[in-house]
Design a protein around this ligand. Sequence first.
Ligand code: IMP
Ligand code: MG
Length: 182
Amino acid sequence: MNPEKVKIAELQFKKMIDVADINDKVAELGKKLGEDYGGEVPILLSVLSGSFVFVADLMRSIPIPNEIIFVRAKSYVGLESTGNVQIEQLPEKLTGRDVIIVEDIIDTGHTLDALLKALAPMSPKSVKVASFLKKPEAYGYDHPVDYCCFEIPNDFVIGYGLDYNQHGRGLSSLYVLEESQS
Ligand code: IMP
Ligand code: MG
């Protein structure tokens, strides 16, 4: 689905980044990961639910062998981050491996911070972060976001896996909440 505007419940969203530009950037990132991890078999640690669309495209654009593991994290309710991040148990097979955390969006960074803390006891060989989006104005940590497709303003977005109360994940493009809501 790729309309110009979308209405979900009482909220109006408009297209911000078209699927064609998304595809180009994701393909570019996959190629870069192939170069940076040549000779290794990195594990993509995909953070559910939001990153499932991104990771599916990213994985298929990485030209070297790689594996995938999913972890569920939740901090958002509606339009707001609660700051209270719940992360499920991580598998031990991450020990000694090159891990690439794959996120849909780094917003406040609370989720990333909690994930890095949960990963540390697993002693991975290396940990890097690949996020489809980043909101630099909202980010409150020093952890580097090593790979990012798009930096966006501090506005609420949906599409390409991202949701508003579970709606909008299947939109092919990225949509931003329109400012004046009446
Ligand atoms: P953080 O912990 O504040 O960095 O937020 C991380 C998670 O909140 C992301 O992985 C998303 O699932 C969700 N999130 C943050 N910003 C947005 C947004 O604009 N739209 C939809 N979900 C978002
Ligand atoms: Mg997420």
